[in-house]
Design a protein around this ligand. Structure first.
Ligand code: SF4
Length: 425
């Protein structure tokens, strides 16, 4: 069952604290200690992206010591010390900032293996090797926003836009239920068509058709009143990636009209209303530094989201970040293990993006401590139009085939795909 035990874990002041963290980071500007080399100042613009492609300000995934350690620091940090930090994280679920920094920047394949073992041990008494499925229905690729990393951003005029009718959405949910899905996720851009009345109506119909299923919404930022209305209609979970725990980094990934403080307020509203809340961020997103990742770990520690979706950043060819390097499988898996150790109860997806950058990315995600997969239930005809990033997988498989494929994939690494709501425990 969803527990409110962590509800008030200091989140009321989280924005301030993270803001202060960011200020502390900014205070080091000019020292070179906390910023990528050649990092351009100010908000990213389309023309910046091309320049940054060669400057490569963001490739922490590929250059582990790039941002916050001197070249020799990682090498000189003993394996024994880092191993001890991994054990400490498993035991205490927290580290000091410099310890987080050392553990991330000093990572090695051996350390990753040890962290993954510890993550599986932490997961075992809570979820075992059971893998929960979420049937994802991408209900609209129309969005009023212009997030710089997103393939369906408003400014991308090469996207063929679509919007599913309420009856189509309910039919997809019914089909998913028949196939064994006990969580339905409705995800879409911030599309004004889905007013509270329309969306609440869809939620009510799905709740009536699939009474033993959980309904999750992932429909972006809405008012507290709207969230409450949808909760009362029967939605009990909400996914809203925070994208980055550092306000300045948020500004570099979003246009000026989108505010980090607003995103945090939405997360607070959702939590207070009673939703199981899913947050998350991209690994290796443009401008991301090791200090940003330390802030992510701290955010998870304090907010304790019931779900945390992290996946590698994958550039989309029609965005300002088209030429940015993708995040890596290796760092994503490493962070999955760390997150499991920080918050053993978290529901942790092995994302489709992870399966996109590596054919066995989702299986490897399970071995790193994940326990959720989110196959696509959208009508095949529209799936290719919901391309948030390039080369997204599973665009053409029938839902039943997809579920069977995933079950085999999970079994191949000793995990079991189950028919279960997969509630937070
Ligand atoms: S990330 Fe979400 S809110 Fe941003 S442009 Fe894409 S669909 Fe819209």
């Amino acid at each position: 069952m969803y527990s409110h035990a962590t509800k008030d874990t200091g989140f009321s002041n989280l924005a301030d604290r993270l803001g202060n963290q960011a200020v502390r980071n900014d205070a080091t500007k000019g020292t070179g200690a906390h910023e990528p080399v050649d990092r351009p100042k100010g908000r990213a613009l389309p023309s910046d992206a091309t320049n940054r492609a060669t400057a490569s300000p963001t490739a922490i995934s590929n250059h582990t010591s790039r941002s916050n350690t001197t070249p020799g620091e990682a090498a000189s940090t003993s394996t024994t010390r880092l191993g001890a930090l991994a054990e400490k994280l498993a035991r205490e679920h927290t580290l000091a900032d410099d310890e987080y920094r050392a553990l991330i920047s000093g990572r090695t394949p051996e350390l990753a293996k040890r962290l993954a073992e510890l993550a599986r041990v932490a997961r075992e008494p809570i979820y075992g090797t059971r893998v929960f499925t979420r049937g994802l229905i991408e209900i609209s690729n129309i969005c009023k926003n212009d997030c710089l990393y997103c393939g369906i951003r408003r400014s991308n005029h090469n996207v063929k836009r679509y919007r599913l009718e309420p009856e189509t959405i309910v039919a997809c949910a019914r089909e998913g239920h028949e196939l064994g899905f006990r969580t339905i996720v409705l995800q879409g851009g911030e599309d004004g068509f889905y007013t509270d009345e329309v969306l609440a109506g869809i939620v009510e119909q799905i709740a009536a058709a699939c009474p033993d299923s959980a309904i999750t919404l992932s429909m972006g930022e809405r008012s507290r009143t709207s969230y409450k209305r949808l909760f009362d209609a029967g939605a009990t979970r909400y996914l809203l990636r925070h994208e980055t725990a550092t306000p300045q980094h948020y500004e570099q990934l979003h246009p000026a009209n989108m505010r980090w403080e607003r995103r945090m307020q939405c997360l607070r509203d959702l939590r207070e209303i009673g939703y199981q809340v899913g947050a998350g961020f991209m690994v290796g997103s443009p401008y991301q530094t090791i200090d940003h990742l330390v802030a992510e770990m701290r955010f998870i520690e304090r907010f304790k989201p019931e779900m945390c979706g992290i996946g590698p950043f994958i550039p989309h060819h029609d965005t300002p970040f088209a030429h940015e390097p993708a995040g890596t499988l290796e760092l994503t898996l490493y962070l999955l293990s760390m997150i499991r150790l920080i918050h053993p109860h978290v529901l942790l997806p092995a994302t489709t993006a992870l399966g996109t950058i590596d054919p066995r990315g989702r299986e490897k995600g399970m071995l790193a401590g994940a326990n959720v997969v989110m196959p696509n239930l959208s009508p095949i005809a529209v799936r290719k139009n919901y391309e948030l990033y390039d080369n997204k997988i599973c665009m053409g498989e029938e839902s039943a085939i997809c579920r069977g494929c995933l079950a085999r994939r999970m079994a191949s690494v000793g995990h079991e795909l189950v028919v279960d709501r997969g509630d937070f425990r």
